[in-house]
Design a protein around this ligand. Structure first.
Ligand code: SF4
Length: 360
């Protein structure tokens, strides 16, 4: 017997239930996921997010998939933090290509109080002033840091659980699964939307994949966004020799995430460049409704952006409008997203402009 919260969302999924969903014939799973998707989201809208590394490399954690870890010999070295001006310039470029969410990542085990954190707060304020949603991923947070990020206007905080509790120790040893959940709880408490998902293709079992999704769906508050990543094996990391993920496995994960967390944005994240147009559309049909977009942010003729714009045009998809409310209670806990709000037309129009100049 299942119970639902006041929004009609379940938080009591059993592993058997999730595994049964995951094992459905793919066409049946897609139909169920698409039905849930249409009841909760505009079926033709996809959120465009841009991700920028504001502090690259030299991280003390040992995440086996990550070239930014200082524990592994990779081509990614430790770099200086970008300045606030540099970041806001990138944010303007992202806005000009149609992105509505700007995500800033720092390769930190945890955020340290001091000038670097103050800079992040300035970046968040600046991004919000541009009319973009602001997301950050800075490692573990204290309650006070979460509150200060919320006060600066942060829309969402990304902190992935990566995999199941059981498989976690195979992937990361420098922090625990519970450390992760603790920061997620702090973010919720501060009234910031949680962005939390995981990665497949790291040697985990189907059971691990289902358990990861079950953990997210059974949180007291569903994450506002659920990134579903396919491992991109990187030379020099312990997972460099993992085989590529089959796109149909990614599709299944998107579909199960959509069914378990009907109101979340399901984000097709790392590994998307390996997917054909058809495989990406299958993921959208499975309920994915958010992508990372234009990461390279070239000034003109960015082929990644152009490819995405062609895909959107050919498939009749349109970019989702950003939040416009400054009311923190609207930003809080859930970012199921603005559906067909006024203003989305101009964003859609902007998103099909092929050329972008720096500094807009
Ligand atoms: S915490 Fe983030 S940056 Fe650091 S090694 Fe892990 S994934 Fe990479």
């Amino acid at each position: 017997m299942s119970s639902t919260d006041s929004a009609g969302l379940r938080h009591d999924w059993s592993l058997d239930e999730v595994m049964a969903l995951h094992a459905l014939p793919l066409t049946d799973l897609l139909l169920r996921a698409q039905t849930v998707h249409r009841a909760n989201h505009a079926p033709d809208s996809v959120q465009l997010c841009t991700l920028l590394s504001v502090k690259t490399g030299g991280c003390q954690e040992d995440c086996s998939y990550c070239p930014q870890s200082s524990k592994y010999e990779t081509e990614v070295g430790a770099e200086k933090m970008l300045s606030v001006d540099q970041v806001l310039s990138k944010a303007r470029q992202a806005r000009a290509t149609g992105s509505t969410r700007f995500c800033m990542g720092a390769a930190w085990r945890d955020a340290k109080d001091g000038p670097a954190f103050e800079n992040v707060l300035s970046m968040v304020r600046g991004v919000r002033e541009l009319g973009l949603e602001a997301c950050a991923t800075l490692g573990m947070l204290t309650d006070d840091q979460a509150r200060r990020l919320a006060d600066a206007g942060l829309t969402a905080y990304n902190h992935n659980i990566d995999t199941s509790r059981e498989h976690y120790g195979e992937i990361i040893t420098t922090r625990s699964f519970d450390d992760r959940l603790q920061t997620v709880a702090r973010v919720v408490k501060a009234g910031i939307s949680v962005c939390c998902g995981g990665i497949i293709g790291m040697g985990e079992s189907t059971r691990d994949r289902c358990e990861m999704l079950r953990t997210l769906a059974n949180l007291e508050v569903h994450p506002g966004s659920v990134p579903i990543n396919a491992l991109v094996p990187v030379e020099g990391t312990p997972l460099a020799d993992q085989p590529r993920v089959d796109p149909l496995e990614l599709t299944r994960m998107c579909a199960v995430a959509r069914i378990l967390m009907p109101q979340a944005m399901v984000r097709l994240s790392a590994g998307r460049t390996e997917l054909s147009r058809e495989a990406q559309l299958l993921c959208f049909m499975a309920g994915a409704n958010s992508i990372f977009y234009g990461e390279k942010l070239l000034t003109t003729g960015n082929p990644d952006v152009l490819e995405d714009q062609r895909l959107f045009a050919d498939a009749g998809l349109k970019p989702m409008a950003p939040y416009t409310s400054s009311d923190p209670t609207v930003q809080a806990t859930r970012d199921k997203g603005p559906i067909a709000k006024p203003g989305s037309v101009s964003l859609a129009a902007r998103a099909i402009q092929p050329a972008v100049e720096p500094g807009e």
